[in-house]
Design a protein around this ligand. Structure first.
Ligand SMILES: [Zn+2]
Ligand SMILES: [Zn+2]
Length: 163
């Protein structure tokens, strides 16, 4: 990641001069390994842009650069004391600078938006999924209406699902 961190810093300074009149001099930028829910985020109080390292690995530098510009627009509005959400001005700048009209990057993170579930199976092969591990001893609700030790469900394992 180190090579990309310096590329990021360099690109950020260049874009600041080219597109934002150098007004983002006080804004910092960094990669985060833990950011998996979004491609990037701007933290107004800390004047910090954080980009997702998993997103970079998944989609490559070009898309990451577009995300960087997206976040820089948030920062640009913020340092001028303007509302820095996805306002009409934000959308206008985004379209102008990136050609993008979509403000959401979330769907691009879908391979990371996995939830894991726990799979259980009864002796007759009925399968059931649970968000959490079941702590009690449970019998299959299809095979028996009340608890029946003949139909105990057994834990198969954790399965990934894409949400
Ligand atoms: Zn945004
Ligand atoms: Zn069953």
């Amino acid at each position: 990641m180190h090579e990309f961190s310096s590329l990021l810093a360099k690109t950020f300074r260049e874009l600041d001069i080219q597109l934002f009149q150098g007004r983002l001099a006080d804004v910092r930028v960094e990669f985060s390994e833990r950011m998996t829910s979004a491609a990037g985020r701007y933290f107004s109080r800390r004047k910090l842009i954080r980009l997702s390292a998993p997103y970079l690995r998944l989609h490559g530098w070009e898309k990451c650069r577009t995300t960087l510009i997206h976040e820089m627009i948030h920062a640009y509005l913020d340092v001028q004391g303007k509302p820095c959400g996805h306002t009409p001005e934000f959308r206008r700048l985004l379209k102008m600078l990136t050609g993008e009209t979509s403000i959401y990057h979330r769907e691009d993170m879908s391979p990371y938006a996995r939830r894991s579930r726990h799979l259980y199976e009864c002796p007759n092969g009925h399968r059931m999924y649970r968000k959490n591990r079941i702590r009690r001893t449970v019998s299959c609700g299809i095979c028996a209406r009340k608890f029946d030790p003949r139909y105990l469900i057994r834990y198969v394992g954790r399965v990934e699902e894409t949400s």
